[in-house]
Design a protein around this ligand. Sequence first.
Ligand SMILES: Cc1cc2nc3c(=O)[nH]c(=O)nc-3n(C[C@H](O)[C@H](O)[C@H](O)COP(=O)(O)OP(=O)(O)OC[C@H]3O[C@@H](n4cnc5c(N)ncnc54)[C@H](O)[C@@H]3O)c2cc1C
Length: 397
Amino acid sequence: MAIEFTFTADQQAFREAVRTFLKRQVAPIVPAMDESEEFPAGTIRRMQMEGYFGVPVPESYGGLGLGKVGYGILLEELGRVDASHASIVGAHTSLGTTPLLYYGTEAQKRRWLVPAAKGERLLAFSLTEPGSGSDSGAVQTVAEARGEHFVLTGTKIYVTNGREADTIVVMAGTNVKLGPNGGVTAFLVDKGTPGFTVGRCEKKMGLHGTSTAELILDHVELGPEHVLGEVGKGFYVAMTALDVGRVSLGAASLGAMEAALEGAIEFSKNRTQFGLPISEYQAIQFKLADIGMHVHALRYLVYHAAAHQDRMGTEPTAWSRLDRSNKTRESAVVKCLASEWATEAIDEALQIHGGLGYIRGTPIERAYRDARIGEIFEGTNEIQRLVIARDLIGRGL
Ligand SMILES: Cc1cc2nc3c(=O)[nH]c(=O)nc-3n(C[C@H](O)[C@H](O)[C@H](O)COP(=O)(O)OP(=O)(O)OC[C@H]3O[C@@H](n4cnc5c(N)ncnc54)[C@H](O)[C@@H]3O)c2cc1C
């Protein structure tokens, strides 16, 4: 188990470049985006042109080739600025490009991964259904085999980027009775395919720049080139993508905590009550210290997990059982702790702002609304605890 970790000069330079870009190009539009609840098409386009939609994808497939550590840096920086942009990039990269990179054929990589990594096509990932949330293997969307082709029928919900995506990785049941153990298959569904439509888009507490869409599949016929990975192995495809997503969610949570802490320090030094800046009071200092401790600990957890995923590579058949189990446990730990520490940190930072923290449009108020979903999506924290506990009971610490 590798413990020590240092960023390379290239990774540091990447962080600086991302930070400067986000400060200039993205941060200014975030308040208006949050109010209008519109997808930030202009800034997303600029991020695509910078290569930020293919950060962990190898250069040979159109990406920046910076691995999961580089991708973590991007998500951490995005988390500092805006959770909506972080979610749009995360849904596309962790959940869209990972299945293609890890399980796609060479032809699928050329057709779908390269343009996605270059920022020419946006991806989404669709597992959840009205009757299948935490019990994600119980998908009811059916993929009926007709010769070499499949006909997909069903309704998916809560798809991030679902309204805007050019291609969606859709999980459907090729044998619904078998469920996750051989009955689910991953398909690549392009916008415009006959029978495929976007339904309602949810109004949400936060993440106002993202779409959370219903997808309707009404006899969508797909050729064999749209099957991603082996027939019946879609649940593994989904879980591999979610392992990557959970660590990147941890990185975005880390960034959100850092921004909340910096904002709270700044505010506490400038707000005077009872004749002193409130930063002089121990009750405030303890809150700052608690957030700071979690930020410190989470940095190690996130980049340790990201570096582990980089060392494992992108060829699932080469992974040992131990590697897989360690990766899954580690991703669950990072996701669970990061999301809970983030909501706690942002809640405390809001408290430090007093009444101002409750006023619509302040960065901490937006962060509070945006952070809560971290404990729910990419597998609720109850499910992460089940994953961790089963692994602990099965093979010990
Ligand atoms: C903004 C947003 C974006 C999303 N983006 C995507 C996306 O891009 N793609 C996608 O496929 N999905 C997406 N989702 C769906 C998300 O992953 C699910 O909402 C989540 O997995 C929980 O499923 P559920 O909502 O059906 O809750 P349920 O599974 O119904 O859970 C309800 C409650 O019961 C608990 N629970 C369930 N089973 C157990 C158990 N066995 N033991 C203990 N507690 C249990 C849960 O933890 C939760 O607290 C998104 C959701 C939202 C809100």
